[in-house]
Design a protein around this ligand. Structure first.
Ligand code: GLU
Length: 473
């Protein structure tokens, strides 16, 4: 069975890059009747953040990409938390030691640091560990370990030749032996490094396809060496294009907003976020821009993944979100997603008929839900007039005063109100705009607003008359 995984480290805010990886891993697994696994890689205890795991699981649920096997969903290959699997990692490190594909290195970190400094002072590039303990005899190595001397376990990377990793998107990627280092597999405190832990867990969990960000490509030769040393099946390697900042560097929170939670707060819909992340690497065969998880299940192929560095651009995401609000979500959905923002702003939205009219009127005018309270302010709060509106009222005060009695007796639908306003303009010879704009200014405090019919109906008769009246004073 096809099994894919994401293996995030719970170190901070849930990152959009993790959702991006989740999308491709989940689509590919489900397209092939397989399973998508979430494993928490928490062996780096210095950067561990206990809340991060929970928040990440919440965000995967929020975007609709939950894992089939995970710390909360369970599954046949648990535990899905890496630190609970350390005994396995240690067992595999011991096996590599005994089959001669790994060795103990007794250098202390102070010694390694010293050597790095010497290399730097000599302006020689530090080329990683100098492999000095690689040739200790087994007896000496065993004796020093038995005497209690601390050690790490390192992989024996080849000294010559090359390691070739077949990547589904990139073909054969060749790494020269000279580029490889004898990476640490098990640290002196018995904790595994990422390389050993990830490959051990992938093996034990039956992962068949390692789909992950391009930044891990340079680790892949070491991963392949671990797999070969243990005689495990090699997964298929698929290194997806890295999301980038607008300056094309790797997407980072310093230069871009990478926090999934902040997109949720801002009122980006999860459907638009998933669509946007999909667009980063993939284009639909028919060129359509709006697509979701189910469309990807139907159409996704690795052949259509482009390797160009996709730029994660907030403006484009916001634009796409606006399209979801206008073209994809139903009015009911837009209303219910706008509600929490209006409640938070303290608006009284108990009149649901009014709320629906307000949202319907404003829908073409906002791209993220966090903007709704400001856009809806004149429906729920006293109006704040801008200068243009003030001038317009000044110019049209006579029209407003003349219209008021005509409106007072009217039924409050645009079907009734439109002929009254137009008829008034015609009978007085005034231009329609010269009548409409003062009304708009009196009702909203601005000159831009939804259509007059939507505006009048959403505000309701009482409020409209009150505002027009006070503009005539
Ligand atoms: N723990 C790594 C991360 O934080 C996993 C990399 C991999 O997918 O192998 O992304």
């Amino acid at each position: 069975m096809i099994k894919t995984r994401i293996a995030p480290s719970p170190t901070g805010d849930p990152h959009v890059g993790t959702i991006y990886q989740a999308l491709f891993n989940r689509v590919f697994a489900h397209q092939n009747g397989g399973k998508f696994i979430l494993r928490i890689e928490d062996t780096d205890r210095t950067r561990f953040n206990p809340e991060s795991q929970k928040r990440l699981l919440e965000m995967l649920d929020w975007v609709g990409l939950p894992a089939d096997e995970s710390p909360t969903a369970g599954g046949p290959a648990g535990s899905y938390i890496q630190t609970e699997r350390v005994a396995n990692h240690q067992k595999y490190a011991a096996q590599m030691l005994s089959n001669g594909t790994a060795y103990r290195a007794f250098d202390t970190s102070a010694e390694l640091e010293e050597r790095r400094k010497i290399a730097e002072a000599a302006k020689a590039s530090y080329r990683g560990y100098d492999r000095r303990d690689r040739n200790l005899t087994r007896e000496e190595s065993d004796a020093r370990a038995a005497s209690g001397e601390p050690f790490v376990i390192r992989i024996k990377a080849p000294l010559e030749g090359e390691v070739i990793v077949q990547d589904r998107l990139r073909g054969a990627v060749v790494f020269k032996a000279s580029e490889l280092d004898d990476k640490v597999l098990l640290k002196a405190d018995g904790m595994p490094t990422y390389h050993l832990a990830a490959m051990s867990d992938d093996h034990d969990m039956g992962v068949t396809h390692v789909i992950r960000a391009e930044e891990w490509l340079t680790s892949s030769p070491i991963h392949k060496l671990i797999i070969e040393a243990m005689g495990w099946n090699e997964p298929e390697w698929i290194h997806t294009p890295l999301l980038r900042n607008p300056d094309k560097s790797k997407l980072s929170k310093r230069k871009s907003n990478t926090s999934v939670e902040s997109y949720k707060e801002m009122g980006i819909t999860p459907e638009a976020l998933v669509n946007y992340l999909g667009m980063m690497a993939y284009s639909m065969p028919d060129g359509r821009e709006l697509f979701g998880f189910d469309d990807l299940i139907e159409h996704f192929t690795w052949e259509r993944v482009s390797l160009g560095g996709p730029v994660f651009d907030l403006g484009k995401l916001t634009w796409l979100n606006g399209r979801y609000i206008r073209e994809v979500l139903s009015l009911d959905e837009v209303v219910s997603r706008a509600k929490p923002y209006l409640e938070k702003a303290g608006y009284d939205i108990s009149d649901t008929v009014k709320l629906e009219k307000v949202i319907d009127a404003l829908r073409p005018r906002f791209d993220v839900f966090a903007d709704v309270p400001e856009k809806a302010a004149y429906f729920y709060r006293d109006i704040v007039f801008d200068d243009k509106a003030r001038n317009k009222i000044e110019e049209g005060r006579g029209h407003l005063a003349a219209l008021l009695p005509l409106l007072e007796n009217a039924a409050w639908t645009w079907g009734v109100l439109e002929p009254i306003i137009k008829g008034y303009a015609e009978s007085t010879g005034a231009k329609l705009g010269a009548v409409m704009q003062p009304i708009r200014a009196a009702l909203t405090g601005k000159l831009e607003s939804p259509g007059m019919g939507e505006l009048l109906e959403a505000l309701g008769k009482e409020l409209c008359l009150k505002r027009i009246k006070s503009a005539t004073n």
